[in-house]
Ligand binder design. Structure first.
Ligand SMILES: [Zn+2]
Length: 92
């Protein structure tokens, strides 16, 4: 189920597995970002990511959300290299 095809679509819905709020015909905001912005009392920057602590993208309770930088977030989600992968680096 995606976007407008979602049965509960009423100006909101799902995008990339995240809940979104519609801001117009084509504009939308991710709900978890909106929740974090409200919590912080300011707009998020582009470089700021709102991470779902329990991995449930639909769980937008503030206690499940964590603000982090893009680089920290990427690191968090990238699996730790196995010993096999570590050996695959360029040979000297
Ligand atoms: Zn995340």
């Amino acid at each position: 189920m995606t976007g407008a095809a979602h049965p509960n679509w009423r100006g909101g819905g799902l995008k990339n597995g995240y809940r979104i709020r519609s801001l117009g015909a084509t504009a939308y905001i991710y709900e978890h970002r909106a929740v974090m912005e409200k919590h912080l009392g300011r707009k998020l920057r582009r470089c700021e990511i709102v991470h779902h602590k329990n991995g449930d993208k639909l769980d937008n309770r503030i206690e499940n959300l964590e603000l982090m930088s893009v680089s920290a977030h990427t690191k968090l989600h990238s699996p730790q290299p196995t010993s096999e992968q570590r050996h695959r680096g360029p040979r000297k």
